[in-house]
Design a protein around this ligand. Structure first.
Ligand code: FE2
Ligand code: FE2
Length: 214
Protein backbone atom coordinates (compact mmCIF):
# COMPACT_ATOMS: atom_id res chain seq x y z
CA UNK A 1 0.00 0.00 0.00
CA UNK A 2 2.75 2.35 1.08
CA UNK A 3 4.57 1.55 -2.13
CA UNK A 4 1.42 2.16 -4.20
CA UNK A 5 0.82 5.47 -2.35
CA UNK A 6 4.40 6.50 -3.01
CA UNK A 7 3.99 5.55 -6.67
CA UNK A 8 0.77 7.63 -6.87
CA UNK A 9 2.60 10.61 -5.33
CA UNK A 10 5.40 10.23 -7.83
CA UNK A 11 2.91 9.93 -10.69
CA UNK A 12 1.07 13.02 -9.39
CA UNK A 13 4.32 14.95 -9.25
CA UNK A 14 5.28 13.76 -12.73
CA UNK A 15 1.78 14.68 -13.98
CA UNK A 16 2.11 18.15 -12.56
CA UNK A 17 5.47 18.48 -14.17
CA UNK A 18 4.22 17.21 -17.53
CA UNK A 19 1.18 19.51 -17.33
CA UNK A 20 3.53 22.37 -16.67
CA UNK A 21 5.55 21.33 -19.68
CA UNK A 22 2.48 20.92 -21.92
CA UNK A 23 0.98 24.31 -21.25
CA UNK A 24 3.09 27.00 -22.88
CA UNK A 25 3.08 29.73 -20.27
CA UNK A 26 6.71 30.31 -21.06
CA UNK A 27 5.85 30.82 -24.72
CA UNK A 28 3.18 33.29 -23.75
CA UNK A 29 5.61 35.04 -21.49
CA UNK A 30 8.15 35.06 -24.29
CA UNK A 31 5.54 36.45 -26.66
CA UNK A 32 4.68 39.14 -24.18
CA UNK A 33 8.32 39.82 -23.60
CA UNK A 34 9.03 40.02 -27.35
CA UNK A 35 6.12 42.44 -27.79
CA UNK A 36 7.59 44.52 -25.04
CA UNK A 37 10.95 44.24 -26.70
CA UNK A 38 9.51 45.32 -30.03
CA UNK A 39 8.47 48.66 -28.59
CA UNK A 40 11.93 50.21 -28.74
CA UNK A 41 12.06 49.08 -32.40
CA UNK A 42 9.49 51.78 -33.05
CA UNK A 43 12.31 54.17 -32.48
CA UNK A 44 12.25 55.35 -36.11
CA UNK A 45 9.98 57.88 -34.45
CA UNK A 46 13.26 59.45 -33.47
CA UNK A 47 13.86 59.95 -37.19
CA UNK A 48 10.49 61.61 -37.43
CA UNK A 49 11.50 63.87 -34.60
CA UNK A 50 14.55 64.89 -36.58
CA UNK A 51 12.33 65.56 -39.62
CA UNK A 52 10.50 68.14 -37.52
CA UNK A 53 13.33 70.45 -38.47
CA UNK A 54 12.06 70.45 -42.05
CA UNK A 55 9.81 73.33 -42.98
CA UNK A 56 7.16 74.21 -45.56
CA UNK A 57 9.93 76.03 -47.39
CA UNK A 58 11.86 72.71 -47.70
CA UNK A 59 8.70 70.98 -48.90
CA UNK A 60 8.15 73.74 -51.47
CA UNK A 61 11.70 73.37 -52.80
CA UNK A 62 11.43 69.54 -52.94
CA UNK A 63 8.13 69.72 -54.83
CA UNK A 64 9.59 72.32 -57.17
CA UNK A 65 12.40 69.87 -57.98
CA UNK A 66 9.80 67.12 -58.52
CA UNK A 67 7.83 69.12 -61.08
CA UNK A 68 11.02 70.39 -62.74
CA UNK A 69 12.04 66.75 -63.29
CA UNK A 70 8.51 65.93 -64.53
CA UNK A 71 8.37 68.84 -67.01
CA UNK A 72 11.71 67.86 -68.51
CA UNK A 73 10.43 64.27 -68.94
CA UNK A 74 7.22 65.58 -70.54
CA UNK A 75 9.31 67.70 -72.95
CA UNK A 76 10.89 64.47 -74.21
CA UNK A 77 7.62 62.50 -74.32
CA UNK A 78 5.39 65.00 -76.16
CA UNK A 79 7.18 64.82 -79.57
CA UNK A 80 6.84 61.00 -79.48
CA UNK A 81 3.15 61.30 -78.67
CA UNK A 82 2.67 63.86 -81.47
CA UNK A 83 4.43 61.55 -83.93
CA UNK A 84 2.24 58.61 -82.90
CA UNK A 85 -1.10 60.47 -83.09
CA UNK A 86 -3.34 59.72 -86.08
CA UNK A 87 -5.54 62.79 -85.73
CA UNK A 88 -4.10 66.03 -87.09
CA UNK A 89 -5.84 67.98 -84.32
CA UNK A 90 -4.37 65.78 -81.62
CA UNK A 91 -0.90 66.06 -83.12
CA UNK A 92 -1.29 69.86 -83.25
CA UNK A 93 -2.44 69.88 -79.61
CA UNK A 94 0.65 67.93 -78.52
CA UNK A 95 2.97 70.18 -80.53
CA UNK A 96 1.37 73.31 -79.07
CA UNK A 97 1.74 71.94 -75.56
CA UNK A 98 5.38 71.04 -76.20
CA UNK A 99 6.07 74.72 -76.88
CA UNK A 100 4.13 75.73 -73.76
CA UNK A 101 6.09 73.20 -71.72
CA UNK A 102 9.35 74.86 -72.77
CA UNK A 103 7.97 78.10 -71.33
CA UNK A 104 6.89 76.27 -68.18
CA UNK A 105 10.40 74.92 -67.61
CA UNK A 106 11.63 78.48 -68.03
CA UNK A 107 9.15 79.73 -65.40
CA UNK A 108 10.29 77.03 -62.97
CA UNK A 109 13.88 78.18 -63.45
CA UNK A 110 12.73 81.70 -62.57
CA UNK A 111 11.17 80.36 -59.36
CA UNK A 112 14.45 78.58 -58.50
CA UNK A 113 16.24 81.90 -59.08
CA UNK A 114 13.81 83.67 -56.72
CA UNK A 115 14.79 81.11 -54.07
CA UNK A 116 18.48 81.69 -54.78
CA UNK A 117 18.81 78.07 -55.95
CA UNK A 118 20.21 76.48 -59.10
CA UNK A 119 17.51 74.57 -61.05
CA UNK A 120 17.64 70.91 -60.12
CA UNK A 121 15.31 67.96 -60.68
CA UNK A 122 14.41 65.24 -58.21
CA UNK A 123 13.25 61.89 -59.60
CA UNK A 124 9.47 61.86 -59.74
CA UNK A 125 8.19 58.27 -59.69
CA UNK A 126 4.63 59.41 -60.38
CA UNK A 127 5.42 60.97 -63.76
CA UNK A 128 7.69 58.05 -64.66
CA UNK A 129 4.70 55.72 -64.11
CA UNK A 130 2.22 57.89 -66.02
CA UNK A 131 4.59 58.27 -68.98
CA UNK A 132 5.40 54.53 -68.95
CA UNK A 133 1.70 53.81 -69.27
CA UNK A 134 1.53 56.22 -72.22
CA UNK A 135 4.44 54.41 -73.86
CA UNK A 136 2.71 51.09 -73.28
CA UNK A 137 -0.37 52.39 -75.11
CA UNK A 138 1.78 53.61 -78.02
CA UNK A 139 3.39 50.17 -78.28
CA UNK A 140 0.30 48.04 -77.78
CA UNK A 141 -2.11 50.10 -79.92
CA UNK A 142 0.28 50.98 -82.73
CA UNK A 143 -1.68 51.01 -86.00
CA UNK A 144 -5.05 50.70 -84.19
CA UNK A 145 -7.81 53.30 -84.49
CA UNK A 146 -8.16 53.33 -80.70
CA UNK A 147 -4.59 54.63 -80.34
CA UNK A 148 -5.60 58.31 -80.28
CA UNK A 149 -8.17 57.70 -77.56
CA UNK A 150 -5.43 56.03 -75.51
CA UNK A 151 -2.99 58.87 -76.19
CA UNK A 152 -5.59 61.39 -75.09
CA UNK A 153 -6.23 59.52 -71.87
CA UNK A 154 -2.49 59.31 -71.17
CA UNK A 155 -2.02 63.03 -71.88
CA UNK A 156 -4.91 63.94 -69.56
CA UNK A 157 -3.38 61.83 -66.80
CA UNK A 158 -0.20 63.92 -67.21
CA UNK A 159 -2.18 67.18 -67.13
CA UNK A 160 -4.08 66.15 -64.01
CA UNK A 161 -0.83 65.34 -62.24
CA UNK A 162 0.60 68.72 -63.22
CA UNK A 163 -2.57 70.55 -62.16
CA UNK A 164 -2.30 68.90 -58.75
CA UNK A 165 1.37 69.83 -58.34
CA UNK A 166 1.06 73.43 -59.59
CA UNK A 167 -2.09 74.01 -57.50
CA UNK A 168 -0.20 72.91 -54.40
CA UNK A 169 2.96 74.87 -55.23
CA UNK A 170 0.98 78.05 -55.89
CA UNK A 171 -0.86 77.70 -52.56
CA UNK A 172 2.41 77.11 -50.69
CA UNK A 173 4.12 80.04 -52.44
CA UNK A 174 1.27 82.30 -51.29
CA UNK A 175 1.51 80.94 -47.75
CA UNK A 176 5.28 81.58 -47.77
CA UNK A 177 4.71 85.16 -48.96
CA UNK A 178 6.40 84.47 -52.32
CA UNK A 179 3.99 86.47 -54.46
CA UNK A 180 6.15 86.55 -57.60
CA UNK A 181 6.64 82.78 -57.50
CA UNK A 182 2.90 82.28 -56.93
CA UNK A 183 2.15 84.36 -60.05
CA UNK A 184 4.57 82.36 -62.19
CA UNK A 185 3.16 79.08 -60.91
CA UNK A 186 -0.40 80.28 -61.50
CA UNK A 187 0.44 81.17 -65.11
CA UNK A 188 1.52 77.57 -65.72
CA UNK A 189 -1.43 76.20 -63.74
CA UNK A 190 -3.83 78.06 -66.07
CA UNK A 191 -2.02 76.66 -69.14
CA UNK A 192 -2.32 73.12 -67.79
CA UNK A 193 -6.04 73.63 -67.08
CA UNK A 194 -6.58 74.97 -70.62
CA UNK A 195 -4.65 72.04 -72.13
CA UNK A 196 -6.80 69.62 -70.14
CA UNK A 197 -9.97 71.35 -71.42
CA UNK A 198 -8.66 71.26 -75.02
CA UNK A 199 -7.93 67.55 -74.69
CA UNK A 200 -11.43 66.94 -73.31
CA UNK A 201 -12.95 68.67 -76.35
CA UNK A 202 -10.85 66.44 -78.62
CA UNK A 203 -11.72 63.35 -76.60
CA UNK A 204 -15.44 64.08 -76.77
CA UNK A 205 -15.18 64.82 -80.46
CA UNK A 206 -13.72 63.03 -83.38
CA UNK A 207 -11.04 60.93 -81.68
CA UNK A 208 -13.41 58.81 -79.60
CA UNK A 209 -16.01 58.57 -82.37
CA UNK A 210 -13.30 57.33 -84.75
CA UNK A 211 -12.28 54.71 -82.22
CA UNK A 212 -15.90 53.58 -81.83
CA UNK A 213 -16.45 53.46 -85.61
CA UNK A 214 -13.42 51.23 -86.06
FE1 FE2 B 1 3.62 71.26 -67.84
FE1 FE2 C 1 1.11 69.94 -69.25
Amino acid sequence: MARRAAARKTAKRAGKKSTTRRTPPRKAATARRSTTKRAPARRPAAGRTAAKDKTLHDLFLDTLKDIYYAENKILKALPKMAKAAHSEDLRAAFEKHWEQTEGQVDRLEQVFALLGQAPKGKTCDAIEGILDEGKEIMDEYKGCEALDAGLLAAAQAVEHYEISRYGTLKAWAEKLGMDEAAELLDETLQEEHQTDRDLTVLAEGEVNSEAMAA
